[in-house]
Design a protein. Sequence first.
Length: 261
Amino acid sequence: MSTSKVDPRARSKGVAERLPPLHPARQELVNISSLTSAVVARARVRALRTLCRRSGDAILVAQLDLLLARSSRHRDRPDIECEICGKAAERYLRTRENPAVCREHSSLLARTRDMRAIGVMLRDPSLEFLGALVNHASAIRLQLDDKSDPNALGVLWPRLLAEQRSMLSIWRSCCDPYPDLTYPTDHYPITSTLWEVVSAAARARDAEASARNGRAGGRPRNQKQEQEIRRLAKHGLTQKEIAARLGTAQCQVSRVLRRVL
């Protein structure tokens, strides 16, 4: 699917839940939230908005306008969170696992970069990360005998990794809220809390690598990547397309091509 337009499915169910139970538009909004195509969802929202405008329901018209707007900052809390960082999701991606993503992670480059950081943490979780899983009402706590001990989760972790097929599915299981109503899960944003731990660790690694490269006289050139950049450029790909395919920055592609031209 195109990632250049807003996806109303991520927020249409929330609008439906705020309507009276017998409101004629309620079921249509629920149906829109479960569609497989964002294009069809946008068309259905526009058609519903036209009907509401004809009937004089100005309040619902305004809510439907917000479903088609890019910004979701009018909401204090998103109906659906980005599965990577926990921000308000604006669309679903048409991939095998069909994740909901925010505007930033609609970009392939941003997703590749941040899923790489998540993968590093999941393969070798820090005590801070395990502690966040235990302390922020994650559903993983259900598998622990001692639900307050991060070390117990560390023992269980290899089995959790073996049971999942991809890094995204492991990350999803980490962000699943604890199914106990005694925990106020609305006040425990698990995805954003875990993402803060992951992103802080990634920034620390980058800073350490920069300092190490500086002491060594600069970052070593990636000869294999440079060869692939030249090969793709010869096949007519743009710098932006090459950067997205290789998971690197466009300025890096530009620097490599300037050296060979």
